[in-house]
Design a protein around this ligand. Structure first.
Ligand SMILES: [Zn+2]
Length: 180
């Protein structure tokens, strides 16, 4: 889960504030990444076709590859559940059935592996997007959010962990946004 998450963050590294990769745990990292790129935890297939003019495809669509991703809700649930299994329950806490029953634990771990296998096997990713880019007026870090995501959510968030400022678009054009 960590390897898949860090590989995903590597794809978006140019759009992330410096130093955050060392601070975030995978569930926090993917949640924060979704602020910049709402589709970053989705599966997709990338298709291309020749165009006779911009926006008018002609001929056959060709697949460049398929991407399989871990959804942030799944990651949050299983990352912490697996983490808890690494610890011996303290005398003050009751052990879970997974900790008591090796057969149940094995079944659970096999189900996690089965869900991770296609994600680990996926070698294709892409971060193509129209971006809204500006400098955070609070901390000075660059913010590079997906334009479509900003148009839907009406906000862009600074991912500097010690900042987190939210910005609202004042005036929307196709590729330029102005923030205050
Ligand atoms: Zn900031």
């Amino acid at each position: 889960m960590e390897a898949v998450t860090y590989q995903k963050l590597e794809t978006y590294a140019k759009r992330l504030p410096s130093g955050v990769l060392a601070i975030w745990q995978p569930p926090q990292a993917v949640k924060a990444l979704l602020e910049l790129e709402p589709g970053a935890d989705q599966d997709f297939q990338m298709m291309v076709a020749f165009e006779s003019e911009p926006g008018v495809p002609t001929g056959k669509w060709m697949s460049l590859g398929n991407h399989k991703s871990i959804k942030v809700s799944w990651l949050r649930k299983h990352y912490h559940k697996l983490g808890n299994l690494l610890h011996v329950p303290s005398p003050a806490t009751e052990s879970s059935s997974l900790q008591r029953e090796p057969k149940e634990l094995r079944k659970y771990l096999e189900s996690v592996v089965a869900e991770l296998e296609p994600v680990v096997a996926s070698r294709f990713d892409s971060s193509l997007a129209n971006l809204v880019e500006f400098q955070c007026s609070v901390c000075g870090e660059p913010v590079a959010a997906n334009l479509e995501g900003v148009q839907k959510s009406h906000k862009a968030v600074c991912l500097n962990p010690s900042c987190g400022a939210e910005f609202s678009p004042l005036k929307a054009k196709r590729v330029s946004f102005y923030f205050a």
